[in-house]
Design a binder for this molecule. Structure first.
Ligand code: 4BW
Length: 154
């Protein structure tokens, strides 16, 4: 029978040995757009989903960036005000932020935890570089909460 200390160590290790794939929201449930979509389309998806920022994919299904409403509004602002026609003229890839945090689906918990200090969500990719989901700060905090609950009396 394992000692109390061994049991604790094994519980500790459990979270830190968890692969990102087990915690992520799968791609099918993630609101996202393609780089070649218009800003109008991206604004529609952002508005309908209610999310502040969403991933941008290319035609092969790889993550290329992140788009948010602020980037879109800035992109249509001209010298004499908002140029609404630019919403249909400009593409998401012209405007997106390419500074996007990515992790592999096999990545263990500690690195995503560290990245989540800075980023509200991380894009998860498979070994071929294809987008497979996102890992949110909410999920990471929920895991940590469970972890601290289990260990609070030790
Ligand atoms: O529609 C929502 N449903 C639920 N359950 N929670 C929501 C929703 N919209 C916002 N929230 C909450 C979450 O706690 O507000 C937080 C900030 O949302 P955000 O950033 O500014 O839109 C949410 O925190 P989170 O779950 O840790 O998600 C962090 C960020 O990840 C979100 C959004 O940019 C992205 N995201 C989350 N789920 C997504 C998604 N992007 C696309 N599709 C999804 N399904």
């Amino acid at each position: 029978m394992p000692s109390l200390r061994e049991t604790r160590e094994s519980n500790n290790a459990e979270l830190f040995r968890t692969e990102t794939r087990k915690l992520m929201i799968p791609a099918a449930d993630v609101a996202c757009v393609n780089g070649h979509n218009s800003l109008e389309h991206a604004l529609l998806i952002l508005t309908q989903s209610g999310y502040t920022a969403i991933p941008v994919l290319d035609r092969s299904g790889a993550v290329k960036g992140v788009i948010n409403s602020t980037l879109i509004i800035k992109a249509i602002l001209g010298l004499s005000g908002y140029e609404v026609e630019k919403l249909s003229e400009k593409k998401v890839e012209e405007v997106m932020s390419v500074d996007v945090p990515k992790v592999k689906e096999s990545q263990l918990f500690l690195r995503p935890f560290e990245l989540s200090i800075t980023w509200p969500f991380l894009c998860v990719e498979d070994d071929a570089g294809k987008f497979v989901g996102i890992l949110t700060r909410r999920t990471i905090l929920a895991q940590l909460y469970q972890y601290f609950r289990r260990h609070r009396d030790e």
